[in-house]
Design a protein around this ligand. Structure first.
Ligand code: HEC
Ligand code: HEC
Ligand code: HEC
Ligand code: HEC
Ligand code: HEC
Ligand code: HEC
Ligand code: HEC
Length: 367
């Protein structure tokens, strides 16, 4: 722990003591009899524990994570800033007209074949950029057949569903999800999803516990000055371990290989793409996901930000465990040439190819 975080922690503990004393004083002033004292004691414990959150001691991490995309991988019903700004969107796809309307922060999804219209409320909002909705009808879950693409402010076919040609209004709503798929879909975008999905109990988006198993116990213990039950540290993992950890959701190299997924649709699975690179040395933390991305923060879109990450290996004087070469062409903005953006099939959105390489003009998408 750095001296600064140690000092912050000491201050937090001091604050806790102050709160504790304040609660005790209030309790003393308000009560006389012994039993009421005992009750006040219980209340004091409760209030103390309720006052403690991760932010009490990890203030920096907790405050930046509030705005991190993964915190918002799913939005709760009633919170849809993207659609609030675009309250009425319509698109014609084949024989069907899709309309997504937002009033007072609640959205509805309608499909019409010209004669009949089916309208469903939108309760589960997936995605910060591209937005797909999981809809419920007669006890079944559906992945909306159209998604919202902010780049063109349009509704278009959900990535992966291009092969579906609906014959009925029901089919036009979306792809019916089997129970197992509904569960994994929520589990990657929300927290508190147990072995059996109960949508009433989940927390939309990723919370701390989703990545730091055991954090709840640690918080309760830490509030009582017991630091023996720390969650497993993720700070000292090597590149391959981190890739597999993030790959639980961003898909691992093995998952892509096992499923024989090919083509630019799978450029979005960064662990698989980066492991194709010559740069990827499994036991070197300089090429791990967290060398370039802080999972508690927003994604950094500046190419200059990543230069130092590349140069950690590709600089003449880099303390290199590997003999990495120096670029004969440029000294900055490395990712702009070596990590090209790839358009998803069907268009409307693009991803950064994590297969780091010399990109030849006009080359096919490399596998
Ligand atoms: C009362 C203070 C306190 C509270 C509350 C608290 N922590 Fe901690 N936490 C600590 C201390 C002290 C350490 C050990 C020093 C360190 O590594 O930062 C620690 C360590 C950790 C670590 C391991 C860091 C590493 O990589 O070594 C994680 C992860 C963590 N806490 C997450 C959480 C989460 C998530 C919560 C809320 C659910 C939480 N903590 C609540 C004090 C606290
Ligand atoms: C429990 C599932 C899960 C795990 C584990 C996970 N992610 Fe994510 N991540 C997501 C989801 C879902 C999104 C999409 C959020 C959105 O844009 O709606 C996302 C988004 C991101 C983004 C932002 C993309 C953008 O366009 O803004 C980055 C960067 C990222 N993850 C990096 C990581 C890294 C690094 C790790 C490992 C340390 C990791 N993730 C682990 C589920 C996960
Ligand atoms: C194995 C974990 C996993 C499953 C299962 C999963 N997702 Fe995702 N999803 C991710 C990750 C990671 C990202 C961020 C990277 C990306 O866009 O591919 C993401 C991205 C998205 C995005 C785009 C977010 C953006 O900001 O552009 C949408 C929309 C989405 N998922 C919806 C769904 C829906 C709906 C389901 C279920 C039918 C689902 N996902 C199932 C992990 C998962
Ligand atoms: C997507 C997964 C993910 C989520 C969600 C997440 N963390 Fe982390 N956390 C990590 C990883 C990975 C590391 C190791 C980062 C590194 O080595 O740079 C880490 C490191 C830490 C550390 C130790 C290093 C530091 O930066 O101080 C603390 C403390 C911590 N996390 C607390 C939290 C808290 C509190 C939350 C919720 C507000 C949270 N984390 C949410 C993945 C996550
Ligand atoms: C050497 C640096 C580097 C490493 C290592 C790295 N990334 Fe990235 N990543 C980038 C850059 C650069 C972008 C594009 C940022 C931008 O311009 O928006 C990016 C973008 C992303 C995005 C946003 C969607 C996209 O593809 O554009 C996600 C999610 C992501 N990375 C996840 C990961 C995961 C998971 C790992 C580990 C397997 C990883 N990254 C390793 C540099 C890196
Ligand atoms: C862990 C150290 C490491 C990091 C970090 C790293 N590389 Fe590499 N890179 C290597 C090694 C090792 C090779 C193979 C030997 C060589 O060509 O230097 C390589 C090869 C390359 C090649 C040549 C690939 C080919 O097909 O011949 C390019 C281009 C490249 N890296 C660019 C980058 C860029 C851009 C970044 C940052 C986004 C980066 N590297 C980050 C270690 C690294
Ligand atoms: C304007 C585009 C561009 C930028 C920016 C750029 N490169 Fe390159 N890089 C290239 C091209 C083109 C080649 C292939 C040159 C050749 O084969 O003659 C190359 C080659 C390389 C190689 C392979 C060298 C070898 O001898 O095989 C590495 C490693 C590399 N670049 C790393 C980087 C790093 C690190 C950065 C950022 C500091 C960077 N590049 C910035 C275009 C670029």
């Amino acid at each position: 722990m750095s001296a600064k975080s140690a000092a912050t922690l000491r201050n937090s503990m001091r604050l806790l003591t102050v709160i504790g004393i304040a609660v005790a004083v209030v309790a003393l002033l308000c009560t006389r009899s012994d039993s009421r004292m005992a009750f006040a004691g219980q209340q004091q414990d409760k209030q103390l524990t309720a006052a403690v959150t991760c932010a009490t001691c990890h203030a920096g991490v907790a405050s930046s994570f509030k705005n991190a995309p993964m915190r918002h991988a799913m939005e709760p019903d009633g919170a849809n800033p993207l659609l609030n700004a675009h309250p009425d969107i319509t698109s014609q796809l084949g024989a069907y007209t899709y309309r997504v309307q937002t009033r007072g922060a609640h959205s509805t999804y309608s499909v019409s074949d010209g004669k009949d219209t089916l309208t469903l409320p939108i309760h589960w909002i997936f995605g910060q950029h591209t937005q797909t909705w999981v809809l419920e009808k007669d006890g079944h879950f559906y992945e909306s057949l159209v998604s919202y693409f902010p780049r063109e402010n349009t509704l278009a076919t959900t990535p992966g569903d291009q092969g579906i040609s609906p014959h009925t209004l029901e089919e036009a709503v979306g792809r019916r999800l089997p129970i197992w798929e509904t569960r994994v879909c929520f589990n990657c975008h929300a927290s508190g999803v147990g072995e059996k999905l109960d949508v009433a109990k989940i927390t939309p988006g990723l919370n701390c516990e989703h990545c730091h198993a055991g954090a709840q116990q640690h918080m309760e213990d830490a509030a009582n000055e017991n630091f023996k039950t720390l969650p497993k540290s993720l700070k000292h993992l090597d590149a391959e371990q981190v890739s597999d950890f993030c790959g639980q959701c961003h898909r691992t190299f093995d998952t892509v290989m096992r499923n024989r997924w090919h083509g630019p649709a799978f450029v979005r699975f960064q662990p698989y793409r980066i492991e194709l690179s010559k740069c990827f040395v499994g036991n070197d933390p300089r090429i791990s996901c967290v060398a370039c991305h802080n999972p508690h923060q927003q994604l950094n879109h500046s190419t200059a930000f990543y230069d130092s990450k590349c140069l950690a290996c590709h600089e003449a004087r880099a303390s290199s465990r590997v003999a990495a070469k120096v670029c004969p062409v440029a000294k900055s903005n490395c990712t702009s040439c070596h990590m090209p953006k790839v358009e998803l099939p069907g268009g409307h959105a693009q991803f950064t190819d994590h297969f780091i390489r010399v990109v030849k003009p006009g080359e096919d998408y490399p596998e």
